[in-house]
Design a protein around this ligand. Structure first.
Ligand code: BG6
Length: 481
């Protein structure tokens, strides 16, 4: 279904995110018929260039990052007719009038500004929009991460934005919420009777959330070194996954109903014991740089890997451990949430306890899908031999070729902005609550002067991360690719 006509201004329109994600995403939505003729995409940045030069840049970016669909040059040229460019100095006064001129005032037209710039510019842009009369009560702004560096800065940022925009106008992006499987998680939980009755501490032994990456931090070391895996990944992406796994069923699939439930989860999170946190930093394996080389900081104590165990203090989850881990330069790019159910209370087959054969595995990437491990009898003669098999719900297999054309997280989220649907965006209080949980953990290791444990690039992280879970009689699941 096509969305309403819109003017979407991308501040940072020549930047990396715009070229890699936003513009190719918009093109794909255009090609699939979701963007109406009345849609305008307006790149805005400091450099001086005309529409034609910007369109050349966009054509190239889509060619590079738009996948096979970018080969459809007819559609691409048609899309480019909807693209304009205005040079705007976010910090100064130049360009705003020109921007005002290209924006339309038509009735029913959606106006949105995407702040695809460093967080240092968010407040100034918000103010600039107001000062130059570019925003009204219907205007939407889209804000990228990182949303603050800690609770104090996030709060300050929320206050700045609130001076110019109402919460219902602010779309804080966490692109993990736009991933297909993440939404499927909600469908599986709340669209079926099968899982929800078992979805609690009585039946669930523990939950693992893994986001493993093979990339290093080269190229963005100066940002990353001040951030680390805790701020870069756990405070936002892993936290959002944890919320969706752990939250109570909302009464409706509506923005505030969903976000209220997520907020309750974050607020119920226990502080984490220092001995339940393992931080790591990759070293060179001879073929790639070490973290410290990538970060250009030979004494850096920033973590490129983190594993931790936390608990949610509420009726549903009391005493159920949630193990979280994420890191750079690991052996595979693989992200998975695993809900590991308890063993049957009594084994009539005389099998040892601790097998944990019922695992619901939710794979975010690659090879999106879900499997549910069940125990069955091994076919054939030879008595009652049991074997664990996966019930496979790999979407592409079950739903045919269309399911393979999964939209990228960004394209889905941008369309939600135009539709005015905030369900998959973080509310200000959620972000603050996440920082309120994160800050003391970071302060703790900083105060103690802890150094991260070295791990080899291409490995599965520091040995201590395995120990963190093994000492509880459990183990990390090998992440399927
Ligand atoms: C970003 C982080 O938010 O997410 C990056 O800043 C990380 O460090 C990226 O690599 C991971 O996203 P995805 O979609 O590739 O899993």
């Amino acid at each position: 279904i096509p969305v309403d006509p819109f003017d979407l201004v991308i501040f940072g329109g020549t930047g990396d995110l715009a070229r890699r994600k936003i513009l190719p995403g918009l093109f794909r939505r255009f090609r699939s018929g979701q963007m109406p003729e009345g849609a305008h995409v307006i790149g805005a940045a400091r450099s001086d260039m005309d529409d034609a030069a910007y369109r050349d840049m966009v054509r190239e970016a889509i060619g590079e990052h738009g996948g096979s669909e970018a080969k459809d040059s007819k559609a691409l040229e048609h899309f480019l007719e909807h693209v304009r460019y205005v040079a705007v100095d976010a910090r100064g006064n130049t360009g705003w009038d020109a921007l005002k001129e290209v924006l339309r005032e038509d009735e029913g037209l959606v106006r949105a500004f995407y702040f695809s710039v460093g967080p240092g510019l968010f407040a100034e842009l918000a103010e600039g929009l107001r000062r130059h009369g570019l925003a009204d009560a219907e205007t939407r702004i889209v804000v990228e991460k990182p949303f603050g560096h800690d609770l104090e800065s996030a709060r300050a940022l929320n206050e700045e934005l609130a001076r110019h925009f109402h919460e219902t106008q602010i779309y804080r992006i966490d692109h993990y919420l736009g991933k297909e499987t993440v939404q499927n998680l909600m469908a599986v939980r709340f669209g079926n009777m099968l899982f929800e009755p078992l979805w609690n501490s009585q039946y669930v032994d523990h939950i693992q959330i893994t986001v493993a990456e093979t990339v290093g931090v080269g190229g963005r070391g100066s940002y990353y070194d001040k951030s680390g895996a805790m701020r870069d990944m756990v405070q936002n992406h892993l936290m959002q996954l944890l919320c969706l796994i752990a939250m109570e069923p909302p009464a409706r699939f509506e923005p505030d109903a969903v976000r209220d439930e997520k907020l309750k989860v974050i607020r119920a999170l226990d502080p984490v014991d220092p001995d339940s946190i393992v931080r790591g930093q990759y070293t060179s394996d001879g073929t790639v740089n070490s973290y410290r080389e990538d970060a250009e900081n030979p004494l850096s104590k920033t973590e490129s890997f983190i594993a931790l165990k936390t608990y949610i203090s509420n009726w549903r989850w009391a005493n159920t451990p949630f193990y979280l881990r994420t890191g750079k330069r690991l052996s595979a790019r693989a992200s998975e949430i695993a809900v590991v159910f308890k063993d049957a209370p009594h084994s009539i087959f005389g099998i040892d306890a601790g097998r944990h054969s019922n695992v619901l595995s939710i794979r975010l990437q690659p090879n999106e899908g879900m499997t549910l491990g069940v125990t069955i009898k091994e076919p054939g003669p030879g008595g009652m031999r049991l074997v664990d098999v996966p019930l496979d719900m790999t979407f592409a297999d079950a739903l045919g070729p269309e399911a393979e054309e999964v939209p990228d997280a960004y394209e889905r989220l941008i369309m939600d902005v135009i539709r005015g649907n905030q369900t998959l965006f973080m509310r200000g209080d959620e972000v603050e609550a996440a920082w309120a949980w994160t800050d003391p953990l970071i302060e703790g290791w900083q105060r103690r002067g802890d150094s991260p444990k070295p791990y080899d690039a291409g490995s599965s992280g520091p040995d201590d991360a395995a120990f963190l879970i093994n000492r509880d009689g459990r183990r990390w699941r090998g992440v399927r690719q």
